[in-house]
Design a protein around this ligand. Sequence first.
Ligand SMILES: Cc1ncc(COP(=O)(O)O)c(C=O)c1O
Length: 391
Amino acid sequence: MHGHVRWVEIDHRALAHNVKALKAHVGPAQLWPVVKGRAYGHGEAEAARTFLQAGADGLAVSALAEAVDLREAGIDAPLFVMNPAVPWQAETYAALRIRAGVADLEAARALSEAAEKAARGGTAEPVPVHVKVDTGLGRFGVLPEDAVSFVKELHRLPGVRVEGVFTHFASADEEDKSFTRLQLQRFNAVVSALAEAGLRPPLVHAANSPATLAVPEAHLDMVRTGLAAYGLYPSPSARRAAEAAGVRLRPAMSLKAKVVSVRRLPAGSPIGYGSTHRTERETTIVTLPVGYSDGVSRLLTGKLEVLIQGQRRPVVGRICMNHCMVDAGDLPVRRGDVVTLLGRDETGAEIAAEEWAGRLGTIAYEVLCMVGSRNPRVHLYGESSEGGSGA
Ligand SMILES: Cc1ncc(COP(=O)(O)O)c(C=O)c1O
């Protein structure tokens, strides 16, 4: 057994289940899970392997460095960097056979030159590129009216092959889908214009998790699904749509810690920095070796509960950098007992990342990243577990 006092457990059966369920939902569209941000805190190489074994067609990341990490971890599958390439990265794309998002000619020319140079060395093929179209997010991309001429320019470059065209939704997680539909309409118009010019690439894509679950007409040739692959619903509307379609996701991450101190304290005992909490009656206060340096934000002070023996108990006093204190009441807790701060415990009780997000005023994406990236990871594949290193 691993020797950690705090750790995140990653349930790979849940990751595999989610990918299979999503693939069945979007088929025949391809499923490219998004493994940026250390796979939303789940550990990129391990999550990547499980997703691919479960049937993912390729993997998407945000930055080139993340794709390089995956190649270095031995992942040979198709990798797509969603952020548009910048010229100085071109040689790495060509050398490692990484698909590039492109949004300007300068970067595309650099990719083409890098591929040609590598080909002279006898190794590389044209770099597959996906053209990013800005239909309303306002972050990156060519404008819809410039897309056809841009793709024509790309076809003149011998070292790139236009494999895809894509866009990204600004608000697919909102109840009101009218802007998402407008973005999709703009994007479909670009794809029709490309088709008329005989330039439609094989992979046309737009959907993130909310669109994967709630906007089926956005599935197109492939989906880039992040959050849902980790078992979380990006919004209430996405949850409803998923349930209506029979897609049941399973969260894969939980945060656990071992009790390191158990004390019976009298009524009126001050707890933590600033003595902001006082026990109302005699009670058992347990200390957990996990605090804000481990992703349990101090902003959760007064708002956090944990699971002890299947019961919700409050974290009391200010959350410290490396510790927090829990009022366990009269539960028979012993040093070394395992407490669940996030996710499901052995009794089936659960504290969801969405609950933390609501209390913090953020989104579940951030909760997964902050918890998953700051604690040692223990990967559970079946009966056995494998201790991993934290980030
Ligand atoms: C371009 C792009 N596509 C897809 C995704 C995946 O989003 P989600 O986690 O909602 O599936 C992201 C993540 O923000 C993204 O930036």
